[in-house]
Ligand binder design. Sequence first.
Ligand SMILES: Cc1ncc(COP(=O)(O)O)c(C=O)c1O
Length: 462
Amino acid sequence: MTLDGPHTFWRRPVPRLFQVLRTMPHYPDDLRESRRLFERARKVMPGGNTRTTVYIDPFPIYAARGEGCKIWDVDGNAYYDCIGNFTALIHGYGQPDVTAAVVDQMPQGTAFGAPTLSEIELAELLVERLPSVEQIRFANSGTEGVMMAIKAVRAYTGRPRIVKIEGAYHGSYDFAEVSLDSSPANWGDLPVSTAYAKGTPHGVLEDVLVVPFNDIEALKAVFATHGETIAGILIDPMPNRAGLIPARKHYLEAMIEIAHAAGALVTFDEVISFRLGYSGAQGLWGVMPDLTALGKIIGGGFPVGAVGGRAEIMSVFDPTGGKPALPHGGTFTANPVTMRAGLAAMRALTGESFSHLDRLGTLLLDGINASLRRHDLAGQCVGLGSLFKVHFTAHPVTDYRSVYPGPAERRKLDAFHKGLLNRGVLSASYGLFALSTPMTEQDARIILRAIDETLGEIASQS
Ligand SMILES: Cc1ncc(COP(=O)(O)O)c(C=O)c1O
């Protein structure tokens, strides 16, 4: 490790940009233009909102533009972007190869009722990078990629049920949303399946079995009772909403063994975790799933999703012999703008990019843990590589229930999020950070200093 230890950055002179960020106006009072846009939005969109995840109480900060690892709001304030459109923008804004590919494609046509060379090229790159993927199929969002994976395991096995991890987020397909926000009031003894959206059909809850994370015995128990009806297990190897805790390798290996013994399949949702390494989480862990769902970074900043896996399973989509077991279309699927942007972004994401992101991630994760200790705040920062998350809880975090925030933790998370906004750092409101390749070590130190100041402020108010 060539970086300074986590404590040494305090003694460095304050860089100029940080001095600039210190003069940030205060959220929400000073952000007049964002407030004005929100009031306008409320007239034509429910709650002024078209994407629940970006809402902030009392109103969201409206983005005007981005460049590298920073964004500017409509009031002219700059922020380090530590969320990158919810982890999708691994190269930040204006990556030159991505911009050139898109600018070249636009006048040639943005979408056709015919396939293009660009989808073959992106498919070839992904098949080459992901050891478990022999064939792939594109979609327009991670939600759709996951949905296709669920439908594919059902079509392949002829069984109705899937198993998922309590609290894990996999997009907005009904079956993937089950038990996303279970609470102590309804979570009961697993496998209890709870509805996320009001009106979820009861059949959906019956066909999704929920288990705790990293628990082999719970998996065995579910398969012992329901094995013959289970088509597959859906798992994100480092589930963000369930705590961003990495899966144990042994757990993933046992999962595949248990599933295969029952004639079921395992899908890794790598919509986010593909940003952990050159070959994604499966490359890092050295564990091969049957199917992989993708999205976010593979679109170079444009809407995208995909499902890939063993050719034998992917044949459920194959139309060459007549109607396939699982027909699938999509008006904008594999459009050449997304495909070319994705190809340029993925080509620019080299082994060196990951070493760089890992170095910055370690600096921040270690630095935040040191800062929490220094301020005597109950809390911990967990994660891997370019992804990390702050929990304001001192006990060991192991699964969704262990990270479920009580009212005091929720208040701290809110103060953390808004304290960072006021210091020029944009993160997710639930404590998640995602780094991007244009960030430098100096940027990381400035972000860390803003985090430390915010944690100090929270400690002084506790
Ligand atoms: C793990 C995971 N799967 C699936 C999705 C859904 O992707 P999208 O928002 O592109 O539909 C997300 C989105 O955040 C995700 O984090």
